[in-house]
Design a binder for this molecule. Structure first.
Ligand code: ATP
Length: 208
């Protein structure tokens, strides 16, 4: 269960953005909808502890995330939250395998090669394990990005605008990967978007 309560944020010199309360149950699939500039990225950053709110609380499975020290929060995020960013942000000098090994290490989990290979296989990119990011296509990079986000079986999988720059065929393919992976890994899914093409599989919507 994830709860957002009385959350608001003001950037320096900007207006205060207030967010209505949000209760997300385990394994639910939510669409976070809002026009450009409405605060989607800000809310995702608050939910994941990347940004501290001006006021309010985020509680993930019993942990109030802003009460954690920054080191504990980094570890908590690594173990409980997977994020698919708009761009993959992989480390270019490391192979795909090495990029995933450090995700386990940053979360303070034991190295688990079997799990890495299982996730790569489920996304159909196991044959790319020894390749470097520059050697992969955009679609393959997005798969690695999803692999990295689900690797540690997080309680919460978040995707920030995963489809808006894609054509219909690729947008639905990525959506399908996110849905399949959230089911496979028993992960609650939140997709932030202004892409109305992908709304059908979501029964829950939080509108900004
Ligand atoms: N670092 C910042 N400093 C000051 N203002 C900011 C900062 N980041 C965002 N904002 C402002 O906060 C508001 C919400 O921005 P945010 O990026 O959360 O919107 P968004 O819904 O994700 O937009 P988009 O869909 O265009 O990415 C906007 O008015 C934006 O200008």
């Amino acid at each position: 269960m994830i709860t957002l309560k009385s959350l608001s944020h003001s950037y320096k010199g900007g207006q205060t953005i207030e967010f209505k309360d949000w209760h997300i149950k385990t394994n639910e699939r939510w669409l976070l909808l809002g026009n450009s500039g409405s605060g989607k990225t800000t809310l995702l950053h608050l939910m994941t502890g990347i940004l501290q709110p001006s006021a309010g609380e985020v509680n993930i499975n019993g942990t109030s995330i802003y009460s954690l020290s920054s080191k504990s929060l980094d570890q908590f995020r690594g173990q409980n939250i997977g994020i698919v960013f708009q761009r993959p942000h992989l480390i270019g000098s490391l192979s795909i395998l090495e990029n995933l090994i450090i995700v386990q290490r940053f979360a303070n989990l034991a190295k688990d090669m079997a799990r890495i290979k299982e996730v790569l296989a489920s996304l159909d990119i196991l044959d790319k394990q020894n390749a470097y990011p520059a050697q992969l296509s955009q679609g393959q990079l997005q798969r690695v990005s999803i692999a990295r986000a689900v690797l540690n079986k997080p309680a919460l999988l978040i995707a920030d605008e995963p489809t808006s720059s894609l054509d219909d065929k690729n947008a639905f393919a990525v959506l399908d990967l996110l849905l399949t992976q959230s089911e496979l890994n028993q992960t609650t899914l939140v997709v932030a978007t202004h892409d109305k093409r992908i709304k059908d599989p979501f029964s829950n919507t939080y509108i900004l």
